[in-house]
Structures are given as C-alpha cells and as structure tokens.
Design a protein around this ligand. Structure first.
Ligand SMILES: Cc1ncc(COP(=O)(O)O)c(C=O)c1O
Length: 394
C-alpha cells in the first residue's frame, strides 16, 4: 500500500519501545520485592477530583451528551476566561477561547490554520516530540534549534533572529517545557515575541504546564504580551484529566472563525461529558484540591532534583514547573561503559527496575547524554527509585 509522504515523515515515538519493554519486565518482577517503578510517564498520578467526577456522572445521567458547538460549551469558555482573570489578572474574552480535544487537537488546529506546505517553524531542541510532528502533519518543517543549559533549554530572541530564514513562519515554544520543566525568562519571551512580530510571524506558546508553575517569576501567561500570541492549554496536567481529552486554545479574534471551521470538520467538538465535567474544575473546592496537588508536585521536585544531583545524575537547570527532571547521565555512562542514554535507560530498567525515558525522542542536540524522569509519582516511589539508583551508582 502506498503511504502518504506526510505520514512517512512522522518519526516513531521511540519512548514507546522503552515503555513496552518496561511493561513486559514489570509483569515479570511484579511479585518480587522490587516491582517496577514507572518514572517514564508524563501524566499526573492524580485523577479528577470529586466534584469533577460528580459533574461527569450528572451530565451522563441527564443525557447531556449531544454534540456541543465546535468551539465548546459557552459556559466552559466563560469559566476559562474567568480563570485567566482570577489567576493571571488577564482579560481574555470567552469569544477568543476554543475548547479542543486536548492540547494535541489545539496544536493540530493551530498548525492546519496557519502553516503552509514548506513553512518552517522554529522550536527548541530539546522539545516535546509531537509538536514537531504537528507541524509536519501540516506539511511544514519543524526546525529544531539547539539550546543550552544557560538558556534554560529554551529559545532566545537572538537565536530566533539568527535562525529566521526566508521560509520561517514562526515559533512554537513550550513554557514550562517538556522534557526539561524549565520556563522561558519573562524578559526573553517578550524579546522573542518582539522579534517574531518584527518579522510578521506567529508566536505559538504551549502553556499546558503553566498551571504547574512553582515560582512566581515564571507563572505568567504569554497572553499578557498581546492579543496576537496564540496560547495552547489543556485540562490534562494541572487539572489531572489526561484521558478525558480536553484542552483549549486562545487565538486572535480573526482566527476564531477559521479554527471553528476546521474544528467543525475535523472533530465536530470535544467530548461533551468532559466539557460538562470540566465546568466543576473551577469550583473553589476543586481549585483548593488542585493547589494542594501542585504543592505536592513542588515538594517532589524539591526532594528529587537534589537527590539526583547527589548521585551524579546532574540536572543542569532546576525545573520551575511541570513534573520532569532532565538529567545528564553521561558521567554514569562513561564509568559504566555505556554508549548513551538509550542504553542507559535499558540498564536502569533491568538493574534497578526503574523505567525512565531516554533523551532521543526530544531532539538531536546532545540528547543522548540526557534522560527524562517524570516526578508524577508518589513521594514513596521517588524515594525508592533514588535508593535503587544509589545502589547501582558506579
Ligand atoms: C508540552 C506538551 N504539549 C502538549 C501535550 C499534549 O497534551 P494533551 O493531553 O492535552 O493532548 C503534552 C503531553 O504530554 C505535552 O507535554
């Protein structure tokens, strides 16, 4: 069968190979005193809080399960707008908010609406692999720009300027980032957006981890920089609703009808039950619960990052958000005679029964020196993982 070139261009998610091997081994060691610890999975170990679950049940029982508008339930767009006002002091009108099937659908809609075949979109190396694939699915080209620890593994205005070519259409940033958990310095982000504007380009900022921000300096939305910035967000991470497949995007007003047309055709709407449930995310009791969980994620970071540093799995930039640790395993690889982080991930899995994600999926710039740990696991699991790693330290 002839496969379309755009499908062929999507690279496999290598992480899944590691995840498959981890699941296989997990079955074998389940009954031992060292069951597998999964620090490879980028999703909260919490589930939707009670009010959200109850709202979902009520919606199902009452038969409120028909399609919604392609842009989402009006009440939900209003609640999200209220969230921007309350949390970020920003006036983001509901009419600029489009509810989507997760950030993934929002990113697809943004790319399909704005990227022409052959357009180039700049993004940092390392970054979330699917982001470059959304660009290539729209027949654009993701240009991965190598970043350094000094840049917090994020693009800088100078690099955007230096890499802007005749085909460049814009930038796709994630702040805080997956895999590093680091955000762009606010002044740098302002400068990046200025460069993009001066080139007449697009600034798409994936803010899916913004709710899980641990430092006042970084916890601000890029939407404060102007109505031309496109922000992508989700109920997956801060709101702990990964499998409910719900997210949103904030777009300039002129783009709403374009995105709406695409969404009508491609998705009809996001899950209706999930949308009704998500209304309850913004109730004071739910927010209080989410804030307790955010404090727990921060406590895990505060334990885990120094613990890794202490065993020479150095985390070059302390994450200020999300639930990841981007750790340099090259010192261990040298001492253990291991070629790089891909083999290292398998070694750690086999010897310590700890599943981690090798850097390979996230880019090419030195990623074979890095592994990504997810700290979206209980503190007990994180402590146990550190103990096991310490035991195998060279
Ligand atoms: C940076 C980033 N963007 C987007 C997504 C997709 O999330 P969603 O579940 O909202 O589709 C993820 C998921 O891990 C992510 O890490």
């Amino acid at each position: 069968m002839r496969i379309a070139r755009r499908a062929e261009r999507i690279e496999p998610f290598y992480v899944m190979e590691v995840a498959k091997a981890a699941s296989q081994l997990a079955r074998e060691v389940a009954a031992t005193d060292r069951p597998m610890l999964f620090l490879n999975i980028g999703e909260p170990d919490f589930t939707a809080p009670p009010l959200v679950q109850e709202a979902a049940e009520r919606a199902m029982r009452a038969g409120r399960t028909q399609y919604t508008d392609a842009t989402g339930l009006h009440a939900l767009r209003e609640r999200i707008s209220g969230w921007y006002r309350q949390r970020f002091g920003l006036d983001v009108p509901a009419r600029r908010i489009v509810v989507t099937a997760g950030a993934s659908a929002a990113l697809q809609l943004a790319c399909l609406a704005l990227v022409e075949a052959g357009d180039e979109i700049l993004m940092p190396d390392p970054s979330y692999p699917c982001n470059r694939h959304f660009v290539s699915a729209a027949e654009g080209n993701a240009v991965l720009v190598p970043t350094t620890a000094a840049e917090r593994f994020q693009l800088s205005a100078d690099k955007v300027q230096a890499n802007w070519g005749p085909k460049t259409r814009g930038v796709l940033l994630a702040s805080p980032s997956n895999p590093t958990g680091t955000s762009i310095e606010p002044d740098e982000l302002r400068r990046i957006v200025d460069v993009v504007r001066s080139r007449g380009g697009l600034a798409i900022v994936d803010e899916i981890y913004l709710g899980l921000s641990y430092e006042e300096r970084f916890g601000h939305s890029a939407l404060a920089l102007g109505d031309d910035v496109i922000s992508i967000n989700s109920f997956s991470k801060y709101f702990n609703m990964t499998g409910w497949r719900l997210g949103w995007m904030v777009v300039p007003e002129v783009l709403v009808p374009v995105v709406e047309r695409l969404a009508q055709n491609l998705f009809i709407c996001a899950s209706t039950v999930s949308q009704h449930a998500a209304l309850a995310c913004f109730e004071p009791d739910s927010i209080a619960e989410y804030e307790r969980r955010r404090a727990e994620f921060k406590a895990r970071r505060d334990f885990f990052i120094p613990a890794l540093d202490a065993i020479d799995l150095t985390v070059p930039v302390r994450p200020d958000g999300a639930f990841y640790a981007w750790a340099d395993c090259s010192a261990w690889c040298d001492k253990l005679g291991i070629a790089g982080s891909w083999d290292f991930a398998f070694e750690v899995m086999k010897r310590a029964h700890v599943a981690v994600t090798p850097g390979r999926d996230f880019g090419h710039a030195g990623t074979s020196r890095f592994i990504r740990f997810s700290t979206a696991s209980s503190m007990d699991h994180l402590r146990e993982a550190v103990d096991r790693l310490r035991e195998m330290a060279p």
